[in-house]
Write a protein that binds this ligand. Structure first.
Ligand code: GLN
Ligand code: ZN
Length: 766
């Protein structure tokens, strides 16, 4: 029988039990013991589930109460001084203070920064180190999890984040290079190895996801140093996990570690197999053949045929099977998703089913004579998917084929657009606006629940939403904003709202994945050709515009963001799927402008997130991502003003692509980084108008006028006044009305005062 292993399991629980336990503890409704017991039960349940699915060596230490990078920092006692006293006095409270900040009982502790975990939608905390960091081994948590797993009588394999990735994913407050701390950290890994060996641990998984990045000279040197040291440290046998993507470029460094087992992400295909076999020498190759990130079933026939020669040459002792990465990024089970359309469910595979696929593949490989029969059901499901009319819509495909993209993306020259738009809109200097959503109050959310439960009729729901919109428009008028929005009260989520109105999308009931801490997302499944049946936002925009003489923006979610925040089909290139989305949105843009809407915002907050990890692949992504945005916008007449909005990342390194999107106005998150964004404009003359966010909407704090004025003055140093807009960092849906009113009123006042100053100095002296 083949050896099947797993690199990590979703920790949130099938019903988000961890979320509930955490939030009950944070709110004071339950105590620490209750939380820890719920967490322990989840671990046990998940180990058992994996064991039943046929996993031979179980990952231990992948579970986290909040984040695994924070846990790795704490394994080496990397607690910032600010949090030390609390952490020593109450480790659990200290842990959550690091994760989320703590502002009560006389404490005022910041949370660690958070950032994306490579190119996934998971976010990790960024450990904070100092140049003279003192590390200390604190393995209690890991050892405890090992003893829990051992009680089950199962073969276990603890895991740790490797030293280079731990440091590379950390930051220092003093500007020193975190990698310079490697010599201080390596002896502690040796100590950990020794401790685990004493505990009878045979195997240790070392995660070095940074091996999948472009290895710059600093990383190369760090890996050389770290792997030489680890190789010389006696301890359990090592399974090296090299992160997302093809590990071949890292082989020269991997060889220095000569791990007993090397895991490779082969989700993109088996082509690297020969070189990897060569690279691992006498060691075990752990073939990560079933994607740990895509929700689709694999082509097991192809995998079986592709792996058979290697298996024959190496034997099952030296070829193991695994998912391509930790299953953290998948929902747990399809069992609850009986409502999916047609045969869709039979094409899908979540964490539990992925392990089932590996099991099946293992059986087929071990008994080639039975393989054909064993794989028959999976083969049939895949064949059905290939021809299903649920997926394939001839008219959509023909429209994409017939498309002259180059021509469809072209708009009139920017200068001409600017003139015509100014004639039509007559906006003042430094126009003020918001990003789209206004507070989604408890009452608004209750409306949706009531509608779904049948407590109110669709007519009543619509009437209530119209009332909320009207009140919101009046608020904006009385605040004095120049460009209004309708408030997005009808939208539960900016992707789901559109996905529900488009063919090609399906929605699950419980397919949650962790975004960070207790926060989970339920991405839609984009399974088929995308088609818009009828206008999606036109009525709401027209009704809202009719309430005011001020211009009102129509609000759309852009094609790249729709793609990025969904589970996307894998049977055609992402670019193709994105083109289909872009065409659907293009029709919406056209309908909005025909209905008299003069400004249309196409949000692309996720554009930067899709950037591939490796530099060589970035240009191609940016090419099609920008092209898809332009395809959506390209139907706009010159006098229709196209806005876009971006957030959640730094955009400095892709500023040229932002410009290439050719939007008339782009609003970008900037206040949290104190307008670092503007550094990019010192070198690069951004051609269109720009609204760098002047206040952070993630906090209920009302910004002072002085802060916003200062930020705008900094912006004016690099952006001409005629190109500058004034807006918050992002949508206001998570805020409450009182703080929103106060913050926007202050923002409008700051813009008005600056406008007076600018107009005064710009009056030509005659
Ligand atoms: N228009 C959206 C909103 O205001 C944009 C949200 C986002 O950028 N994530 O809510
Ligand atoms: Zn935003």
């Amino acid at each position: 029988m083949m050896h099947i292993t797993n690199l990590g399991f979703p920790r949130i629980g099938r019903r988000r039990e961890l979320k509930q336990a955490l939030e009950a503890y944070w709110s004071g409704a339950s105590d620490a013991a209750t939380l820890l017991e719920s967490a322990r039960e989840l671990r046990l349940r998940h180990w058992q589930l994996q064991a039943e699915a046929g996993v031979r060596s179980l990952p231990v230490g992948d579970f986290s109460l909040y984040d695994h990078v924070l846990d790795a920092a704490l394994l080496f006692d990397a607690v910032p001084d600010s949090h030390r006293a609390l952490y020593e006095a109450d480790p659990l409270l200290g842990y959550f203070a690091l994760a989320r900040g703590l502002q009560r009982d006389g404490f005022d502790l910041r949370a660690l920064e958070m950032t994306k975990w490579f190119d996934t939608n998971y976010h990790h905390l960024v450990p904070e180190l100092v140049a003279d960091q003192v590390f200390r081994l604190r393995p209690e948590r890991l050892l405890q999890h090992c003893s829990e797993a051992r009680v089950l009588g199962l073969e276990l394999r603890p895991q740790v984040l490797g030293p280079v990735s731990l440091l590379r994913l950390s930051k220092t407050l003093d500007g020193s290079d975190p990698l310079a701390l490697l010599p201080r950290l390596l002896p502690l890994y040796a100590e950990l190895f020794e401790r685990l060996r004493q505990q009878g641990v045979d195997w240790l998984q070392v995660d070095e996801p940074c091996l999948a990045l472009d290895l710059d000279p600093a990383l190369q040197a760090a890996y050389a140093q770290a792997f030489d040291a680890l190789r010389a440290s006696p301890g359990p046998r090592l399974l090296l996990n090299c992160g997302f993507g093809d590990p071949r470029p890292a082989l020269p460094w991997i060889r220095r570690l000569a791990p007993a087992a090397l895991h490779a992400d082969l989700s993109a295909g088996l082509a690297p197999l020969p070189e990897l076999v060569d690279g691992v020498g006498e060691g075990i190759l752990v073939a990560g053949v079933v994607s740990g990130r895509s929700v689709w079933r694999s082509d097991l026939d192809a995998l079986c045929a592709g792996l058979a020669p290697t298996l024959k040459a190496r034997g099952p002792e030296r070829l193991w099977l695994a998912p391509s990465c930790s299953l953290l990024h998948l929902p747990i089970s399809l069992d609850d998703e009986r409502q999916l359309p047609g045969a869709l469910r039979s094409w899908l595979s979540f964490a539990q089913e992925k392990l089932g696929e590996l099991n099946l593949l293992g059986q087929a490989l071990s008994a080639p004579e039975d393989a054909h029969a064993l794989l028959a059901p999976q083969r049939a499901a895949l064949a059905d998917r290939r021809v299903s009319s649920l997926v394939h819509r001839r008219d959509v495909q023909q429209r994409v084929l017939a498309l002259d993209v180059e021509q469809a993306v072209e708009r009139a020259p920017l200068a001409e657009r600017r003139r015509l738009q100014q004639q039509r809109l007559a906006l003042p200097l430094l126009p003020t606006t918001t990003i789209g959503s206004f507070p989604q109050t408890r009452e608004i959310r209750r409306l949706r629940v009531d509608l779904r439960a049948g407590r109110i009729s669709p007519g009543e729901y619509a009437a209530q939403l119209a009332a909320a919109t009207e009140a919101c428009v009046r608020e904006q008028e009385s605040i004095g904003l120049d460009v209004l929005v309708h408030g997005e009260f009808e939208r539960n989520d900016m992707v789901e709202y559109f996905g529900e109105q488009l063919a090609g999308f399906a929605f699950t009931r419980h397919a949650w994945v962790q975004s960070y801490g207790s926060r989970c997302v339920k991405p839609p499944i984009l399974f088929g050709d995308v088609e818009r049946a009828s206008p999606m936002t036109v009525d709401a925009a027209v009704a809202a515009q009719a309430l005011s003489t001020k211009p009102l923006k129509g609000m759309l979610t852009g094609p790249v963001t729709m793609l990025q925040w969904s589970f996307v089909r894998d049977d055609q290139p992402r670019e193709q799927t994105c083109l289909q989305l872009a065409l659907a949105l293009r029709d919406e843009v056209d309908d909005l402008q025909s209905a008299g809407i003069g400004i249309i915002q196409i949000d692309e907050p996720a554009l930067r997130e899709g950037l591939p990890l490796r530099r060589a692949e970035r240009a191609d992504y940016l090419r099609w991502a920008v092209q898809c945005f332009r395809l959506s916008a390209g139907v706009a007449r010159p006098e229709t003003q196209i806005h876009s909005h971006m957030c959640y990342s730094e955009f400095n390194d892709i500023i040229e692509s932002v410009a290439a999107m050719d939007a008339d106005v782009v609003s970008i998150e900037a206040s949290r980084s104190r307008m670092e964004l503007l550094d990019a404009f010192v070198q690069f003359r951004y051609p269109a108008a720009l609204g760098p966010g002047v206040y952070d909407i993630h906090s209920p704090r009302v910004p002072h006028a002085g802060e916003m004025r200062e930020l705008l003055q900094r912006a004016l140093q690099v952006v001409p006044a005629q190109q500058l807009w004034v807006n918050p960092d992002c949508g206001l849906k998570t805020r409450d009305w009182p703080e929103t009113r106060a913050a926007l009123a202050a923002m409008v006042a700051v813009a008005a005062a600056l406008r007076v100053d600018l107009e005064r100095c710009e009056t030509p002296v005659s």
